[in-house]
Design a protein around this ligand. Structure first.
Ligand SMILES: *Cc1c(COP(=O)(O)O)cnc(C)c1O
Length: 344
């Protein structure tokens, strides 16, 4: 696996921006190096460009070395940076499962990179061979998402491993929902696969979508590339401080995840009793994909009742489907009451 060779030439040759904070890293008493205003501490100072304190905590919680962690402004940032690092616009392409999370395609569009979709099967599973068939010499990245959004299921582990070991480019495995899943994360396999990038986020199980903190885990070589091309101060000090308190309090995560998983079972059982519910797909995430008789009428009815779910009716293989996030007990109760009324 030669990551260097996969890179775009301009990125390989790039001389990155060197900030005042990069040049002097120790502790000093007088800082006159960055043209900061001396007043209004601590917000007057540029934040740590590599967020070492946050990474130290993540390293403990996730049992991964700090050098294998990249932090971004949501997962969206590493998604975009991976295109910018590896894909020559109008020349290279990427391959992705379909349906899946929309940002992989949007970022391909922004970067003028061809996006090749390979349809999942009727169980929302993929075959490594099918994805590899869609690849050519110009395929730089394959996008996987497990548990997948909007389908909710975990992808087959054997196929994931087969793909990582046979593809000679980057495989991105988006684990945004992994803390809700029965399946184990691929994190412990990270050192085995130099072409694997795992994405996780503070936005779902960590209950902190507002602070915008996405995590990418990969070989030191890939992490170094992302660090080289990111904006120098991509994670602001408010986010870094808040992330530290959330991570130090990580006992909370299991509690809220368990609460949500219990509510998910209650929600699924109640949905089963509705006559117009045609199918509830198995889920490993904090949402359920539900096939109903009149998706758009139901969606509109719920909007009128001030309840918003996601209409996925026009998404590939999701004909007739709404995606419902598991909320608080009282929120799920309100949803179910209205859905029962809609049936009458
Ligand atoms: C919600 C979600 C994310 C999170 O994105 P952020 O930018 O970190 O908020 C990433 N991937 C998938 C598949 C998601 O559904």
């Amino acid at each position: 696996m030669n990551i260097e060779k996969l890179l775009r030439d301009n990125i390989r040759q790039l001389q990155p921006y060197s900030s005042a904070r990069d040049e002097f890293k120790g502790e000093a008493s007088v800082y006159l190096d960055a043209n900061e205003n001396p007043y209004n501490a601590p917000y007057n100072r540029y934040p740590d460009p590599l967020q070492w304190k946050v990474k130290e905590q993540i390293s403990q919680v996730k049992d991964v070395a700090q050098e294998n962690i990249f932090l971004g402004n949501g997962s969206d940032e590493p998604i975009d940076l991976l295109y910018r690092a590896f894909c020559n616009p109008r020349i290279d392409n990427v391959v992705a499962i379909e349906p899946t999370y929309g940002m992989y395609k949007v970022c391909a569009g922004i970067n003028d990179v061809e996006y090749r979709k390979v349809l999942l099967d009727e169980n929302f599973q993929f075959s490594a061979d099918n994805l590899l068939t869609a690849c050519d010499l110009y395929t730089k990245i394959i996008w996987l998402c497990s548990p997948n959004n909007p389908t909710g299921n975990s992808l087959n582990r054997k196929e994931i491993i087969k793909l990582i070991t046979s593809f000679e480019g980057i495989v991105v495995l988006d684990e945004a929902y992994i803390d809700f899943a029965k399946e184990e994360s691929f994190m412990e396999k990270l050192s085995k696969y130099p072409n694997l990038v795992i994405l996780q986020t503070m936005s779902k199980a960590w209950a902190s979508a507002a602070i915008r903190l996405g995590m990418a885990f990969a070989s030191t070589e890939i992490i170094a590339v992302l660090n080289k091309i990111k904006y120098p101060y991509n994670i602001n000090i408010l986010t870094q401080k808040k992330a530290l308190t959330i991570l130090k309090n990580h006992g909370q995560l299991k509690k809220s995840v368990n609460l949500i998983l219990k509510q998910r079972t209650i929600l699924i059982n109640a949905l089963h009793d509705l006559s117009y519910v045609l199918h509830i797909y198995p889920t490993d995430a904090n949402f359920v994909l539900v096939k109903v008789e009149n998706p758009t009428t139901l969606y509109q009815y719920l909007v009128e009742k001030s309840i918003i779910v996601r209409n996925r009716n026009t998404v590939s293989l999701c004909n007739g489907c709404l995606r419902i996030t598991v909320g608080k007990p009282e929120e799920n109760k309100i949803l179910l009451e209205e859905m029962e009324k809609f049936g009458i």
